[in-house]
Design a protein around this ligand. Structure first.
Ligand code: NAP
Length: 277
Protein backbone atom coordinates (compact mmCIF):
# COMPACT_ATOMS: atom_id res chain seq x y z
CA UNK A 1 0.00 0.00 0.00
CA UNK A 2 1.15 3.46 -0.95
CA UNK A 3 1.93 5.67 2.08
CA UNK A 4 1.80 9.37 2.89
CA UNK A 5 3.95 11.23 5.42
CA UNK A 6 2.32 13.60 7.93
CA UNK A 7 4.75 16.01 9.67
CA UNK A 8 2.25 16.84 12.45
CA UNK A 9 2.14 13.16 13.40
CA UNK A 10 5.79 12.49 12.56
CA UNK A 11 4.81 9.34 10.73
CA UNK A 12 3.65 7.79 7.48
CA UNK A 13 0.19 6.32 7.11
CA UNK A 14 -1.50 4.28 4.40
CA UNK A 15 -2.84 6.46 1.57
CA UNK A 16 -6.20 4.70 1.90
CA UNK A 17 -8.03 3.53 5.02
CA UNK A 18 -11.26 1.76 5.89
CA UNK A 19 -14.55 3.23 7.14
CA UNK A 20 -16.84 1.28 9.44
CA UNK A 21 -20.19 3.08 9.41
CA UNK A 22 -22.79 0.28 9.33
CA UNK A 23 -20.27 -2.30 10.51
CA UNK A 24 -21.72 -3.70 13.73
CA UNK A 25 -24.95 -1.68 13.63
CA UNK A 26 -26.32 1.79 13.03
CA UNK A 27 -26.94 4.97 15.01
CA UNK A 28 -26.31 3.93 18.65
CA UNK A 29 -27.78 0.46 17.93
CA UNK A 30 -25.69 -2.72 17.77
CA UNK A 31 -26.26 -5.49 15.24
CA UNK A 32 -24.33 -8.68 15.93
CA UNK A 33 -25.68 -10.75 13.02
CA UNK A 34 -22.69 -10.30 10.66
CA UNK A 35 -19.80 -10.18 13.15
CA UNK A 36 -17.66 -12.92 11.57
CA UNK A 37 -18.04 -11.42 8.11
CA UNK A 38 -17.08 -7.92 9.27
CA UNK A 39 -14.02 -9.17 11.11
CA UNK A 40 -12.90 -11.07 7.98
CA UNK A 41 -13.33 -7.94 5.81
CA UNK A 42 -11.41 -5.72 8.24
CA UNK A 43 -8.61 -8.29 8.55
CA UNK A 44 -8.29 -8.60 4.77
CA UNK A 45 -8.08 -4.80 4.52
CA UNK A 46 -5.29 -4.69 7.10
CA UNK A 47 -3.44 -7.49 5.29
CA UNK A 48 -3.61 -5.43 2.09
CA UNK A 49 -2.27 -2.37 3.91
CA UNK A 50 -5.43 -0.26 4.34
CA UNK A 51 -4.64 -0.34 8.02
CA UNK A 52 -6.01 3.06 9.07
CA UNK A 53 -9.44 2.18 10.46
CA UNK A 54 -12.08 4.77 11.25
CA UNK A 55 -14.77 4.00 13.83
CA UNK A 56 -16.79 5.87 16.49
CA UNK A 57 -18.49 5.29 19.82
CA UNK A 58 -21.79 6.02 18.07
CA UNK A 59 -21.40 3.32 15.36
CA UNK A 60 -23.53 0.41 16.50
CA UNK A 61 -23.47 1.95 19.99
CA UNK A 62 -19.85 0.84 20.37
CA UNK A 63 -20.16 -2.54 18.68
CA UNK A 64 -18.22 -1.29 15.65
CA UNK A 65 -15.30 -0.54 18.00
CA UNK A 66 -15.57 -4.05 19.46
CA UNK A 67 -15.32 -5.54 15.96
CA UNK A 68 -12.35 -3.34 15.10
CA UNK A 69 -10.70 -4.45 18.34
CA UNK A 70 -11.29 -8.09 17.48
CA UNK A 71 -9.97 -7.64 13.92
CA UNK A 72 -6.74 -5.88 14.93
CA UNK A 73 -5.85 -8.51 17.54
CA UNK A 74 -4.48 -10.68 14.73
CA UNK A 75 -1.80 -8.10 13.83
CA UNK A 76 1.14 -6.43 15.56
CA UNK A 77 -0.36 -3.32 17.16
CA UNK A 78 2.01 -0.91 15.38
CA UNK A 79 0.72 -2.11 12.01
CA UNK A 80 -2.69 -0.55 12.53
CA UNK A 81 -3.81 3.02 13.14
CA UNK A 82 -7.16 3.25 14.92
CA UNK A 83 -9.27 6.38 14.70
CA UNK A 84 -12.34 6.74 16.88
CA UNK A 85 -14.62 9.59 17.88
CA UNK A 86 -16.60 10.99 20.77
CA UNK A 87 -20.20 12.00 20.07
CA UNK A 88 -20.96 15.71 20.81
CA UNK A 89 -23.51 14.87 23.54
CA UNK A 90 -20.45 13.61 25.47
CA UNK A 91 -18.45 16.78 24.89
CA UNK A 92 -18.23 17.92 28.54
CA UNK A 93 -14.77 17.45 30.09
CA UNK A 94 -15.58 14.44 32.29
CA UNK A 95 -17.79 12.84 29.64
CA UNK A 96 -15.01 12.98 27.02
CA UNK A 97 -12.70 11.16 29.42
CA UNK A 98 -15.38 8.56 30.21
CA UNK A 99 -16.11 8.03 26.51
CA UNK A 100 -12.43 7.69 25.63
CA UNK A 101 -11.89 5.12 28.38
CA UNK A 102 -14.95 3.16 27.24
CA UNK A 103 -13.76 3.23 23.61
CA UNK A 104 -10.33 2.00 24.66
CA UNK A 105 -11.96 -0.83 26.60
CA UNK A 106 -14.12 -1.87 23.65
CA UNK A 107 -11.14 -1.70 21.30
CA UNK A 108 -8.99 -3.64 23.75
CA UNK A 109 -6.11 -1.32 22.96
CA UNK A 110 -5.16 2.37 22.94
CA UNK A 111 -6.59 4.79 20.38
CA UNK A 112 -4.22 6.27 17.80
CA UNK A 113 -6.35 9.27 16.91
CA UNK A 114 -9.28 10.57 18.95
CA UNK A 115 -11.71 13.01 17.34
CA UNK A 116 -14.68 15.09 18.41
CA UNK A 117 -17.27 13.75 15.93
CA UNK A 118 -19.15 17.05 15.33
CA UNK A 119 -18.65 20.52 16.78
CA UNK A 120 -20.23 20.54 20.25
CA UNK A 121 -23.35 22.67 20.57
CA UNK A 122 -23.98 22.62 24.33
CA UNK A 123 -20.38 22.70 25.57
CA UNK A 124 -17.74 25.42 25.10
CA UNK A 125 -15.32 24.20 22.43
CA UNK A 126 -12.29 24.83 24.65
CA UNK A 127 -13.70 22.55 27.37
CA UNK A 128 -13.90 19.69 24.85
CA UNK A 129 -10.49 20.40 23.35
CA UNK A 130 -8.85 20.48 26.79
CA UNK A 131 -10.49 17.15 27.57
CA UNK A 132 -9.02 15.72 24.36
CA UNK A 133 -5.62 16.91 25.56
CA UNK A 134 -6.22 15.08 28.84
CA UNK A 135 -7.05 11.91 26.88
CA UNK A 136 -3.54 12.07 25.42
CA UNK A 137 -1.97 12.92 28.80
CA UNK A 138 -3.60 9.78 30.27
CA UNK A 139 -2.15 7.60 27.52
CA UNK A 140 -5.57 6.68 26.09
CA UNK A 141 -4.88 8.25 22.69
CA UNK A 142 -1.73 9.30 20.84
CA UNK A 143 -3.17 12.14 18.74
CA UNK A 144 -6.30 14.29 18.69
CA UNK A 145 -8.37 15.95 16.01
CA UNK A 146 -11.75 17.22 14.88
CA UNK A 147 -14.47 16.08 12.50
CA UNK A 148 -17.01 18.12 10.55
CA UNK A 149 -15.15 21.35 11.36
CA UNK A 150 -14.85 24.42 9.12
CA UNK A 151 -11.51 26.18 8.76
CA UNK A 152 -12.58 28.86 11.24
CA UNK A 153 -13.63 26.25 13.81
CA UNK A 154 -10.38 24.29 13.35
CA UNK A 155 -8.43 27.45 14.15
CA UNK A 156 -10.67 28.12 17.14
CA UNK A 157 -10.08 24.56 18.37
CA UNK A 158 -6.32 24.88 17.96
CA UNK A 159 -6.29 28.12 19.92
CA UNK A 160 -7.76 26.23 22.92
CA UNK A 161 -4.82 23.83 23.13
CA UNK A 162 -1.58 24.28 25.01
CA UNK A 163 0.07 20.85 25.10
CA UNK A 164 -1.24 19.15 21.96
CA UNK A 165 -2.22 20.31 18.50
CA UNK A 166 -4.98 19.23 16.13
CA UNK A 167 -3.21 16.49 14.17
CA UNK A 168 -6.08 15.55 11.89
CA UNK A 169 -9.36 16.71 10.41
CA UNK A 170 -12.03 14.27 9.24
CA UNK A 171 -14.54 15.90 6.87
CA UNK A 172 -16.70 14.91 3.93
CA UNK A 173 -14.82 15.17 0.64
CA UNK A 174 -15.65 13.51 -2.64
CA UNK A 175 -15.97 14.47 -6.30
CA UNK A 176 -19.58 15.36 -5.54
CA UNK A 177 -18.81 17.32 -2.39
CA UNK A 178 -15.85 19.63 -2.85
CA UNK A 179 -16.55 22.29 -0.23
CA UNK A 180 -13.16 21.70 1.43
CA UNK A 181 -11.09 21.52 -1.75
CA UNK A 182 -9.82 25.08 -1.64
CA UNK A 183 -10.10 25.64 2.10
CA UNK A 184 -9.57 22.85 4.66
CA UNK A 185 -7.68 20.49 2.33
CA UNK A 186 -4.85 22.95 1.45
CA UNK A 187 -4.82 24.14 5.08
CA UNK A 188 -4.14 20.60 6.36
CA UNK A 189 -1.44 20.20 3.73
CA UNK A 190 0.27 23.44 4.79
CA UNK A 191 0.02 22.52 8.46
CA UNK A 192 1.32 18.96 7.99
CA UNK A 193 -1.99 17.53 9.25
CA UNK A 194 -3.84 14.45 8.13
CA UNK A 195 -7.12 15.03 6.25
CA UNK A 196 -9.40 12.00 6.44
CA UNK A 197 -11.96 12.13 3.61
CA UNK A 198 -15.23 10.49 4.61
CA UNK A 199 -17.96 9.28 2.23
CA UNK A 200 -15.36 9.40 -0.59
CA UNK A 201 -17.63 7.31 -2.84
CA UNK A 202 -20.63 9.45 -1.92
CA UNK A 203 -22.13 6.37 -0.26
CA UNK A 204 -21.66 4.28 -3.42
CA UNK A 205 -23.08 6.84 -5.89
CA UNK A 206 -19.73 7.51 -7.57
CA UNK A 207 -19.16 3.79 -8.22
CA UNK A 208 -22.05 3.99 -10.72
CA UNK A 209 -20.76 7.03 -12.59
CA UNK A 210 -20.44 6.40 -16.35
CA UNK A 211 -17.98 9.21 -17.02
CA UNK A 212 -15.59 7.86 -14.37
CA UNK A 213 -16.01 4.33 -15.74
CA UNK A 214 -15.10 5.59 -19.22
CA UNK A 215 -11.92 7.29 -17.99
CA UNK A 216 -11.11 4.23 -15.87
CA UNK A 217 -11.29 1.88 -18.86
CA UNK A 218 -8.01 3.38 -20.14
CA UNK A 219 -6.31 2.34 -16.91
CA UNK A 220 -8.28 -0.92 -16.44
CA UNK A 221 -9.83 0.66 -13.37
CA UNK A 222 -13.45 0.97 -12.26
CA UNK A 223 -15.44 4.16 -11.60
CA UNK A 224 -14.98 3.67 -7.82
CA UNK A 225 -11.22 3.31 -8.25
CA UNK A 226 -11.05 6.48 -10.35
CA UNK A 227 -13.14 8.44 -7.82
CA UNK A 228 -10.80 7.40 -4.99
CA UNK A 229 -7.65 7.94 -7.06
CA UNK A 230 -8.80 11.50 -7.83
CA UNK A 231 -8.74 12.15 -4.04
CA UNK A 232 -5.34 10.49 -3.53
CA UNK A 233 -3.69 13.22 -5.56
CA UNK A 234 -4.16 15.67 -2.64
CA UNK A 235 -1.05 15.10 -0.47
CA UNK A 236 -2.82 15.34 2.91
CA UNK A 237 -5.92 13.33 1.97
CA UNK A 238 -6.58 9.76 3.09
CA UNK A 239 -9.99 8.50 1.89
CA UNK A 240 -11.76 5.92 4.06
CA UNK A 241 -14.31 4.09 1.89
CA UNK A 242 -16.51 1.60 3.68
CA UNK A 243 -16.75 -1.81 2.00
CA UNK A 244 -19.42 -4.36 2.84
CA UNK A 245 -17.73 -7.20 0.95
CA UNK A 246 -14.23 -8.47 0.26
CA UNK A 247 -14.96 -7.76 -3.41
CA UNK A 248 -15.62 -4.05 -2.81
CA UNK A 249 -12.73 -3.86 -0.36
CA UNK A 250 -10.21 -5.24 -2.84
CA UNK A 251 -11.59 -3.01 -5.58
CA UNK A 252 -11.19 0.05 -3.36
CA UNK A 253 -7.64 -0.88 -2.43
CA UNK A 254 -6.90 -1.07 -6.17
CA UNK A 255 -7.42 2.70 -6.28
CA UNK A 256 -3.97 3.21 -4.71
CA UNK A 257 -0.50 2.65 -6.17
CA UNK A 258 -1.09 4.37 -9.53
CA UNK A 259 -2.03 7.85 -10.73
CA UNK A 260 -4.44 9.34 -13.23
CA UNK A 261 -2.59 11.45 -15.82
CA UNK A 262 -2.58 15.20 -15.14
CA UNK A 263 -4.87 15.65 -18.10
CA UNK A 264 -7.43 13.08 -16.96
CA UNK A 265 -7.32 14.37 -13.39
CA UNK A 266 -8.13 17.88 -14.64
CA UNK A 267 -10.82 16.61 -17.00
CA UNK A 268 -12.56 14.86 -14.11
CA UNK A 269 -12.22 17.97 -11.94
CA UNK A 270 -13.87 20.10 -14.62
CA UNK A 271 -16.60 17.59 -15.44
CA UNK A 272 -17.72 17.39 -11.81
CA UNK A 273 -17.44 21.16 -11.33
CA UNK A 274 -20.04 21.55 -14.06
CA UNK A 275 -22.52 19.28 -12.31
CA UNK A 276 -25.33 21.10 -10.53
CA UNK A 277 -24.77 21.22 -6.76
P1 NAP B 1 -18.65 5.66 1.27
O1 NAP B 1 -17.45 4.99 1.77
O2 NAP B 1 -18.51 6.80 0.31
O3 NAP B 1 -19.60 4.61 0.59
C1 NAP B 1 -19.95 3.39 1.19
C2 NAP B 1 -21.00 2.76 0.29
O4 NAP B 1 -20.41 2.53 -0.99
C3 NAP B 1 -21.51 1.44 0.80
O5 NAP B 1 -22.90 1.40 0.49
C4 NAP B 1 -20.75 0.42 -0.04
O6 NAP B 1 -21.55 -0.69 -0.32
C5 NAP B 1 -20.51 1.16 -1.31
N1 NAP B 1 -19.23 0.73 -1.91
C6 NAP B 1 -18.04 0.65 -1.30
N2 NAP B 1 -17.09 0.25 -2.17
C7 NAP B 1 -17.71 0.09 -3.36
C8 NAP B 1 -17.28 -0.31 -4.64
N3 NAP B 1 -16.00 -0.61 -4.87
N4 NAP B 1 -18.20 -0.39 -5.65
C9 NAP B 1 -19.51 -0.08 -5.42
N5 NAP B 1 -19.98 0.32 -4.21
C10 NAP B 1 -19.09 0.40 -3.19
O7 NAP B 1 -19.59 6.21 2.45
P2 NAP B 1 -19.53 6.20 4.02
O8 NAP B 1 -19.59 4.82 4.57
O9 NAP B 1 -20.55 7.19 4.44
O10 NAP B 1 -18.13 6.87 4.37
C11 NAP B 1 -16.97 6.13 4.65
C12 NAP B 1 -16.63 6.14 6.10
O11 NAP B 1 -16.44 7.47 6.56
C13 NAP B 1 -17.73 5.61 7.03
O12 NAP B 1 -17.84 4.22 6.96
C14 NAP B 1 -17.29 6.17 8.35
O13 NAP B 1 -16.23 5.41 8.89
C15 NAP B 1 -16.79 7.55 7.93
N6 NAP B 1 -17.80 8.62 8.12
C16 NAP B 1 -17.53 9.60 9.01
C17 NAP B 1 -18.44 10.61 9.22
C18 NAP B 1 -18.13 11.70 10.21
O14 NAP B 1 -19.05 12.46 10.56
N7 NAP B 1 -16.91 11.80 10.67
C19 NAP B 1 -19.66 10.65 8.51
C20 NAP B 1 -19.90 9.63 7.58
C21 NAP B 1 -18.95 8.64 7.38
P3 NAP B 1 -21.21 -2.13 0.33
O15 NAP B 1 -21.42 -1.93 1.79
O16 NAP B 1 -22.16 -3.03 -0.36
O17 NAP B 1 -19.77 -2.43 -0.03
Amino acid sequence: MEKKYFPKLGMSLPALGMGTWGIGGGFWSPDRSRDEEWIAILRRGIELGASLIDTAEMYGGGHSEELVGEAVKAFPREEVFIVTKVWPTHARYDDVLKSAEASMKRLGTHIDLYLIHWPPTDTPLCETMRALEAVVARGIARFIGVSNFSLELIEEARACLSREDVAAVENKFSLLDRGDEETVVPYTEREGMLYIAYSPLEEGELAKNRFLAQIGAKYRKTAAQVALNWLLRFPSVVPIPKAGSIWHLEENIGSAGWRLSDEDWRLISEQFRRLPA
